[in-house]
Design a protein around this ligand. Structure first.
Ligand SMILES: Nc1ncnc2c1ncn2[C@@H]1O[C@H](COP(=O)(O)OP(=O)(O)O)[C@@H](O)[C@H]1O
Ligand SMILES: [Mg+2]
Length: 256
């Protein structure tokens, strides 16, 4: 008998926040742990995460490498993401969604056990989940995306009693903007208990994330990246910390 797979959804109604980058790294990390992972790309226009895995397969073939490989597919427009949940054959489904409101995105949100929302460390991105006072940077109220998620969680709780774990992840953290970083960090911590998300350790701004796409490699494949630099090693440590915070070891075992 097949049990329902664990569903992880990367979502934020904004482009360029790191959804696809995190989706791929997450899917590869979980596949490397021996899970059967299916990465489903709902962004039919950009297809970033599906293309990433295609590149990864081509790279592995070209160089005769055995790389941890999630299955990847694009969910075509109009198709119901719930079909992937019913299909079976996977322990974990990772949905990557487009950076805009979409029917498929909303349907995926309704299936999430874990919702991961990456945001760039900027009040422009923060504005989707909360409004801040322009003088004090204190949170005044949650905004539309927090309300969208709240409604999806209510619906899920009513449907099958599941409490959706909502995780906000700070991405592209800059070492140069300490004041902005602190302000965004404080605003997130203030908003978290009000709308019910967790803030996990984020990822620093690193050129390597932009360079890896053509080969489909991830920071978890450091051994295939030539001589790793200090920055690569630090980036991998950061990623591992993120994964551990997202999925404590017990839940990872339970999902298998
Ligand atoms: N931590 C990071 N450091 C540097 N560049 C990053 C980082 N995360 C993502 N990027 C880059 O930012 C851009 C947007 O990321 P992407 O994952 O495609 O976002 P989304 O899927 O939310 O639109 C890409 O060029 C990606 O390589
Ligand atoms: Mg994307």
């Amino acid at each position: 008998m097949s049990t329902r797979p664990t569903v992880i959804v990367l979502a934020n109604e904004k482009g360029g926040t790191g959804k696809s980058t995190v989706a791929v790294h997450l899917a590869v990390a979980l596949a490397a742990e021996g899970k059967r992972v299916r990465l489903l790309d709902l962004d039919q226009r950009q297809r970033t995460s599906a293309r990433y895995i295609e590149n990864r397969m081509a790279h592995a073939r070209r160089h005769g490498l055995s790389l941890a490989m999630p299955e990847a597919a694009v969910v075509e427009a109009g198709a119901d993401p719930a079909a992937a949940v019913a299909e079976g054959g996977a322990d974990i489904l990772v949905f990557d969604t487009p950076g805009r409101d979409s029917e498929e995105g909303r349907r995926a949100l309704a299936l999430a056990d874990t919702l991961v929302t990456p945001i760039n460390d900027s009040f422009v991105d923060f504005d989707l989940i909360g409004r801040v006072n322009p003088e004090t940077f204190r949170v005044e109220r949650p905004s539309f995306y927090a309300e969208t998620v709240w409604k999806a969680r209510q619906a899920r709780a009513r449907a099958d009693g599941t409490t959706v774990d909502w995780v906000v992840l700070r991405n592209r953290l800059s070492t140069l903007e300490a004041r902005n970083r602190r302000r965004v960090g404080n605003a997130l911590l203030e908003l978290a208990p009000r709308v019910g998300f967790r803030v996990v350790p984020g990822l620093a701004e690193r050129v390597i994330y932009r360079e890896l796409f053509p080969s489909g490699l991830t920071l978890l494949d450091l051994t295939h990246l030539g001589e790793p630099s200090m920055s690569h090693v630090a980036a991998r440590a950061e990623l591992r910390e993120l994964l551990a915070a997202l999925f404590p070891a017990e839940t990872r075992r339970a999902a298998c």
